[in-house]
Ligand binder design. Structure first.
Ligand SMILES: Nc1ncnc2c1ncn2[C@@H]1O[C@H](COP(=O)(O)OP(=O)(O)OP(=O)(O)O)[C@@H](O)[C@H]1O
Ligand SMILES: [Mg+2]
Length: 210
């Protein structure tokens, strides 16, 4: 049986003594899309930080295509194929648009990989127009396109997007659905019951199968 692209089983994470993730479990199929929904402070960013290795889980398992990754460094997890578009974008303001993309390019031969600078410019033509502009002078929506483009430059097998549509026009949000195996977070209203503090929904991603 094919492995899940990403699988979390009973994951617990803490900041000091604050217990934030209480046994989170979900799975993402190859080619699938999964959204984490929850009110402010529910733990969506914490969940992403735990998957990418910024925060070590104190319990549970995280598997990428069947391989355990919990406890590995963020660098190793990134090399194994998880990309991140962080909340707040974290773009280098004193580099140009093109330079921000190039720093994310992998060192090995990427000729057979789907994403390169030209591919990013085709996905977001506005970035091609702004290629020589310092990133610190971009608009909020342009910055978000650049953050998504930078993550795609690593040709990740699974892409984590924290608040991906923040600042983007609906047309651009629609276009960026071409990416594969994304996990996205989005704020939503609390359902009152703590059981519903975070809610996972899942659907198939059109046009992708592996
Ligand atoms: N570095 C930290 N140290 C201590 N507590 C933290 C830290 N980061 C987040 N928290 C707390 O953990 C909880 C979950 O925060 P998190 O950022 O994961 O929420 P979120 O669901 O992403 O919220 P938002 O929708 O506002 O982005 C919150 O109560 C927050 O105050
Ligand atoms: Mg958050």
């Amino acid at each position: 049986m094919a492995s899940d692209a990403l699988n979390l089983t009973n994951v617990h994470a803490f900041y000091g003594d604050s217990h934030i993730l209480h046994g989170v479990s979900f799975s993402l199929q190859p080619g699938g899309v999964l959204a984490l929904l929850g009110r402010n402070g529910a733990g969506k960013t914490t969940c992403i930080s735990t998957i990418i290795g910024f925060l070590k889980p104190r319990g549970g398992e995280i598997r990428l295509f069947g391989e355990p990754i919990e406890g590995l460094s963020p660098e190793r997890i990134s090399q194994l194929g998880i990309g991140l578009v962080p909340q707040g974008r974290r773009i280098f303001p004193s580099l140009t648009v093109r330079e921000n993309l190039m720093v994310a390019q992998q060192r090995e031969n990427t000729a057979d990989k789907p994403w390169n600078v030209e591919g990013i410019y085709s996905l977001f033509p506005r970035l091609r127009e702004r290629h020589a502009q310092f990133a610190g002078t971009l608009s909020g929506g342009e910055l978000q396109m650049l953050a998504i483009g930078r993550a795609l430059m690593g040709n990740p097998r699974v892409l984590l997007l924290d608040e991906p549509s923040e600042g983007l026009a609906p047309l651009i949000v629609h276009r960026s659905r071409r990416t594969k195996s994304p996990v996205c977070t989005r704020r939503c209203r609390s359902r009152g019951d703590p059981q519903y503090r975070a809610l996972c929904v899942r659907r198939r991603c059109r046009g992708y199968s592996e």
